[in-house]
Ligand binder design. Structure first.
Ligand SMILES: C[S@@+](CC[C@H](N)C(=O)[O-])C[C@H]1O[C@@H](n2cnc3c(N)ncnc32)[C@H](O)[C@@H]1O
Length: 425
């Protein structure tokens, strides 16, 4: 929030714009984990592969196209969707399996569906899996029209009820309730009561997630990735307007996704919803066995974020139990131990090699890890792990992706292949 807006008790322009356009991705600009990367882009490795990586990465320089469902819900450290789409197009073919063991809010899932690939993904955070599922489902146009009409109806009904000063009981305790101004809390509670009465299970889940998308904006939480409290004000009616906007964004995006998937001539036996599961990504990747798999994944950048904390505002409303995530989150900010890195990174790369299998490829999208307060170049940090996982470095692209006042820290996409395959090629 700007100092001026804070002094007047108004929400900042940035907060309002982000509320309408999505926290970390919009037509105006995309914010990834360390974004925006800047400085020289350098690509290395086999010339054809390096050129493809470079060409894809350069899309970072342009604003994200805002297509499909990418802007539906904020999520920290999402991939740039257009770069992701180009990587899928460049390194797999229609009908191939694309998998992401750390799928987050489903950027790879959405782009894989749009490109006619089969997708399977996993994340340890239940919210991530729910988002990925809703954002990547291929829905019939009639179902989407019905959904959009219901969203407008719910927002209008809730508005009527709020104006009559009728209350509803929110599913949050007093401590959580204090994160909202009284009138905002009332609007949210009334809205939630309508959502909970929705009879269509798919629409109800989509409404719940649209509601989730606006929660941080409606609360006193400073931003999606900063859980400090800021006493900002929101004009009456804004939560309902934001909710409806999110639903319409989802409906429009899913329509676009459905049309793209049809154009991509997906194999007729491909199901409309991708395979998604909730659990540890390393264990999941070990269990994956399909030929010609492209593993495209971005595990947490070591030492950067705590995904559990990011979604605190959402847990009670959505009935999410984050205990497993608290226990099993990998590479989080609260765990920067240099000692555990060799073992953790080996476990990660061994599992990705297993998932790629014979004839497969791994595209690892990663930032330089922060280990015990030191930034270490990712390729060097992963060298031993890649070797013992039987992976060969084929090509890579890198660019500096600094944060304010921070020393040089690069973001990369590395292409690796299981060693026997690379040698045979
Ligand atoms: C960089 S984010 C992925 C973002 C995703 N590519 C997207 O575009 O939305 C890393 C993800 O790893 C997940 N994660 C952390 N520990 C995990 C674990 N042990 N197993 C699976 N997922 C985990 C986090 O919940 C987070 O969603």
């Amino acid at each position: 929030m700007t100092r001026d807006a804070k002094a007047k008790g108004r929400p900042s322009r940035a907060k309002t714009a982000a509320a309408l356009g999505g926290e970390s991705g919009s037509r105006k600009g995309f914010r990834g984990a360390l974004a925006p990367p800047r400085g020289t882009v350098h690509a290395w490795g086999l010339p054809g592969e390096a050129a493809l990586l470079r060409q894809a990465w350069l899309r970072h320089a342009a604003p994200a196209s805002g297509r499909f469902t990418h802007d539906f819900h904020p999520y920290a450290a999402r991939m740039h969707p257009d770069v992701c789409g180009m990587l899928i197009e460049g390194f797999s073919e229609v009908g191939d399996w694309v998998v992401d063991p750390f799928c987050g809010s489903g950027t790879v899932a959405v782009e894989a569906q749009a490109a006619g690939r089969r997708f399977a993904g996993n994340d340890l955070h239940p919210l991530a899996v729910r988002l990925a599922a809703t954002k990547s489902q291929l829905c019939a146009p009639t179902a989407l029209h019905h959904f959009e009409a219901r969203a407008t109806h719910i927002a209008r009904s809730a508005r009527g009820r709020v104006s009559r000063q009728e209350t509803a009981m929110p599913p949050i305790d007093d401590a959580e309730a204090r994160w909202y101004a009284p009138h905002t809390r009332l609007e949210l509670a009334v809205l939630w009561s309508f959502i909970e009465r929705e009879r269509d299970p798919w629409a109800q889940e989509a409404f719940r997630l649209a509601f989730s998308a606006i929660l941080v904006k409606c609360s006193f939480q400073r931003s999606e990735t900063d859980s400090r409290r800021v006493e900002s004000r929101m004009a009456p009616g804004t939560p309902l307007r934001l909710f409806e906007h999110r639903c319409l964004t989802l409906g429009r995006g899913l329509g676009e996704l459905n049309r793209a998937a049809r154009r991509a001539s997906r194999p007729p036996d491909t199901p409309p919803a991708p395979e998604l599961s909730c659990g540890d990504g390393v264990a999941w990747a070990h269990g994956w066995q399909q030929p010609r798999t492209l593993v495209l994944t971005s595990p947490p950048y070591a030492g950067y974020y705590d995904y559990v904390e990011h979604h605190d505002r959402r847990l009670a409303w959505l009935g999410i139990d984050a205990t497993e995530m608290q226990r099993g989150e990998r590479f989080s900010r609260r765990d920067q131990a240099r000692q555990s890195w060799p073992e953790e990174s080996r476990a990660l790369l061994t599992s990705l090699a297993a998932a790629a299998g014979s004839g497969g490829r791994v595209l690892l999208w990663i930032g330089d890890p922060l280990l015990d307060g030191h930034i270490v170049p990712a390729r060097r940090a992963l060298a031993d792990a890649a070797h013992s996982a039987g992976l060969r470095w084929v090509a890579g692209v890198s660019q500096n992706a600094p944060r304010a006042r921070e020393q040089r820290r690069e973001e990369h996409v590395f292409l690796l292949t299981p060693r026997d395959i690379a040698q045979a090629a």
